[in-house]
Design a protein around this ligand. Sequence first.
Ligand SMILES: NC(=O)c1ccc[n+]([C@@H]2O[C@H](COP(=O)([O-])OP(=O)(O)OC[C@H]3O[C@@H](n4cnc5c(N)ncnc54)[C@H](O)[C@@H]3O)[C@@H](O)[C@H]2O)c1
Length: 347
Amino acid sequence: MFNTKKTALITGGCGFVGRNLTRRLLKEGYALWIVDDCSIGLHCDQWLPGADRRREVAPGVIEYDGGRVIFVLGDARDFFSGRTELGPLEQPIFGDVFHFAAVVGGRLVIDGNPMAVAIDLALDALCFNWAVRTKPDRLLYASSSAAYPVDLQGKDGAVALKESDIQFGGRLGQPDMTYGWSKLTGEYLARISHQHYGLHVACVRPFSGYGEEQDLSYPVPSIALRAAKREAPLTVWGSGLQGRDFVHIDDCIEAALRVLARVKDGSAINIGSGKLLNFREVARLFARLEGYEPEIKPLEDKPVGVHSRYADISLMQKVLDWQPVISVEEGFGRVLRVAHERKSKGL
Ligand SMILES: NC(=O)c1ccc[n+]([C@@H]2O[C@H](COP(=O)([O-])OP(=O)(O)OC[C@H]3O[C@@H](n4cnc5c(N)ncnc54)[C@H](O)[C@@H]3O)[C@@H](O)[C@H]2O)c1
């Protein structure tokens, strides 16, 4: 085993959040195992620093940088069930576990293929069963703001969502589609894992995380690309009056690590900016950063989800002694720079 201070497992480590966390943990001296079936994520060869120093130790099991990273290309459900063929390797007892593997897919998938998203229930159930058996030091479960009751996010009377709006043992409300239901169930399993099995486990409820290398199926990078192409009119989905709470991925990662260090009883903390921005404002901001003034055109036939989803960040500020530091102007500026690179590659 590579000699570093801690070995962490990241499921879904080839996805948007996972890739960013991987780079951060490598900087902090971790050795890592990544399990991802690359149904959405990018193979480690395409993005891992030092990917040229690789060795296949078993079919679909690749060691990078002398064992600093072990990449298991496969289904996390098999990994948790001990069905993955690891060749000469054995699953270590992990220090930290970051469970990110999930069918996510943006609004089109959440609304358009809810049964595919329901697979997340199986992934999470197997993850927590595995964790209470193998007892890693700490586990972070990626829940979501989609776990919040949708009736608090309507056109009339949307509120800043606070952690206590979900009460296990009290009011749970109706989460957002199968995606929200699976996250709510995952959070319940996290609590059970702590209360009945003593696992150190923390949950995060990220709002709309965005960043430079996010897939173009997400609104921020795709509006950025349209603005980089100076599309006029500049289109947004739905009326464009629906709003979200945007938080840059670097802030998401910092918050997640702080939550893991401070929460161990399976409870959840929001990760958000606390600010609501509607999609017309998003488009206008990108246009301003790009230096033009297009008409903003709504595409009414596109799925939009709830009307207004934003975080109350008072518990996050209190528990983490911290709040996001990257403003939307700064973060969207970074995304726009990447949009120009994408444009020059013909995307
Ligand atoms: N990005 C956000 O703003 C945000 C917000 C709320 C919650 N989350 C949660 O954070 C986690 C990571 O999200 P993301 O934005 O990186 O999504 P993503 O789709 O980019 O990453 C998910 C990864 O999981 C992998 N995966 C899917 N099914 C798998 C399986 N059965 N076995 C192994 N790997 C599998 C995919 O290939 C992908 O690489 C998810 O659990 C998501 O629900 C993200």
